[in-house]
Design a protein around this ligand. Structure first.
Ligand SMILES: *Cc1c(COP(=O)(O)O)cnc(C)c1O
Length: 341
């Protein structure tokens, strides 16, 4: 099976498993797990922050950040396609008691003007604007990369309105590799920022949230409260350290493969896609003109041993990752061709 459903399907490589097996471990909650400590220090340095904390998932990074920034009744600005809006089971409302203002951005990205258009004069009856969320790269928005300028403009706006800025950096390292802009430059504008280890970096579990020392101390309290404090987590952290050494630069291969898939797919009848929209490892295309729904297309692809994701009625998502070779892409394009012609 050529599995393009997500970059979460990666299997830990033999070398990663060996690194995990050899990890030095201790009780994370006592600060005695050397591998976890090393991972947190490494990610804090990578993101230019004072401290970082290891968490079981990206969702927990988002939710703990929102819990730290927001009080019940506060307002969060995010693009309408954002993971926190669509894929976290209503967490901001349930956990922090915060309200989401979902902005209609372009390709998952919005500007100061979009936020300004939603800002009301402060009133007793209005939710209190508190947080701006930037997803780098944008997932459902199409895998695009927020420019440093747009992030800096939002951060300046946030500062003048006493808002905080949070970066959902599930695929921040894809943006870093594609744009050649260091992670800390993107992160500089954010109060909290995290990277996922279990997406393109290929680890089985984990994400790392970074911020000021004070913020991360507070994040630790939530980590305990929500049951995210672990014990010999160094087994998992070792995979993260291995991935930072060996799986970052190779993300460029995933981007080349995504571009190739887009260029092959655009030639097929009934496919609508603009290869210039493919900035990283996510390829979205529309199949309405083919007469097939996305679901029908995906189920027929499965019969050819290719799995892609149904994003909506007519939109399909394919994701490249370390388990996918250039040959796999050519095979997937052939399968797509036989389904469509
Ligand atoms: C996957 C993802 C998350 C959640 O990360 P998990 O590790 O799956 O919990 C959050 N935001 C974005 C943009 C994602 O793609």
């Amino acid at each position: 099976m050529i599995d393009l459903i997500s970059d979460t399907v990666t299997q830990p490589t033999a070398a990663m498993r060996a690194a995990m097996a050899q990890a030095q471990v201790g009780d994370e909650q006592r600060g005695e797990d050397p591998s976890t400590t090393a991972l947190c220090e490494r990610v804090a340095a990578l993101l230019g922050k004072e401290a970082a904390v290891f968490l079981p998932s990206g969702v927990m990074c988002n939710q703990i950040s929102i819990l730290m920034h927001c009080r019940p009744g506060d307002l969060i600005f995010a693009d309408e396609s954002a993971h926190i809006v669509n894929s976290e089971a209503g967490g901001p409302a349930v956990l922090a008691g915060a309200t989401l203002c979902a902005l209609a951005g372009r390709h998952g990205m919005y500007t100061v003007a979009d936020v300004e258009a939603k800002l009301r004069p402060a009133k007793r009856n209005a939710p209190k604007p508190r947080l701006i969320v930037v997803e780098q790269t944008v997932n459902r928005g199409g895998g695009g990369i927020w420019s440093l300028g747009d992030i800096a403009a939002l951060a300046a706006f946030a500062q003048s309105h006493r808002l905080r800025v949070h970066m959902d950096g599930a695929r921040l390292m894809n943006a870093v590799v594609a744009s050649r802009i260091p992670a800390r430059d993107y992160a500089r504008h954010c109060d909290t920022v995290w990277i996922d280890l279990s997406k393109g970096l290929g680890c089985p579990v984990g994400a790392v949230l970074a911020g000021s020392a004070e913020t991360i101390e507070q994040a630790w309290v939530w980590k305990h409260r929500l049951g995210g404090a672990m014990r010999q987590s160094g087994i998992l952290a070792a995979a993260g350290l291995y991935a930072l050494d060996h799986h970052v630069e190779r993300l460029a291969e995933d981007h080349v493969n995504a571009q190739r898939l887009a260029e092959l797919a655009i030639r097929l009848p009934g496919v609508r896609l603009d290869p210039t929209d493919v900035a990283t490892n996510l390829v979205f295309f529309d199949v309405q003109a083919s007469g097939l729904t996305a679901r029908q297309l995906c189920s027929r692809l499965l019969a050819h041993g290719v799995r892609m994701g149904e994003e909506s009625q007519s939109r399909v998502r394919a994701v490249t990752h370390l388990g996918i070779s250039r040959d796999d892409i050519d095979q997937a394009a052939l399968a797509l061709e036989s389904v469509l012609t």
